[in-house]
Design a protein around this ligand. Structure first.
Ligand code: FES
Length: 146
């Protein structure tokens, strides 16, 4: 049911870990299953992504897509990194079973959240980048007292 590339990235994930003093960090949760992903980006002064690492509390498909996504964004500009969509990652992995497609969104959203963090820290705007929706903090219930 899984392609060889998915199995490879699941059994031997690339770029697992953290980056100290990362240029941008994004944490997102998948509302469907409750899994969590954190992505770290190291971006140089020219806006090139020099390094990317991830940590996840997620399923095998989330591990494989995140591993592939980190490989795809490395060496790219922040603008180019926006093209690393979940579809692009799935294509690079030779596809995912339909029930696992939502898992691939974690990687895309975590990259966007990390880019958003980078842009905020540097007071810049990245064209086409939307504020991340599924940051886990936004999923927390807000209790308001009157
Ligand atoms: Fe949660 Fe795949 S089942 S990310």
């Amino acid at each position: 049911m899984y392609s060889e590339k998915v199995m490879d990235h699941f059994s031997n994930p690339r770029n697992v870990g953290e980056i100290e003093n990362a240029s941008g960090v994004g944490t997102v949760g998948n509302a469907k299953c409750g899994d969590i992903m954190r992505m770290y980006l190291d971006i140089d002064d020219n806006g090139i992504i020099q390094d990317c690492k991830f940590k996840t509390f997620g399923c095998g498909a989330a591990v494989a897509t995140s591993s592939m996504a980190t490989e795809l964004v490395k060496g790219k500009t922040v603008q180019e990194a926006l093209q690393v969509t979940n579809k692009a990652v799935m294509n690079a992995l030779d596809g995912l079973p339909a029930v696992k497609v939502h898992c691939s969104l974690l990687a895309e959203e975590a990259i966007h959240a990390a880019l958003w963090d980078y842009a905020e820290k540097n007071g810049i705007q990245i064209e086409g980048l939307q504020k991340p929706k599924s940051d886990i903090h936004e999923d927390e219930e807000v209790v308001e007292e009157y």
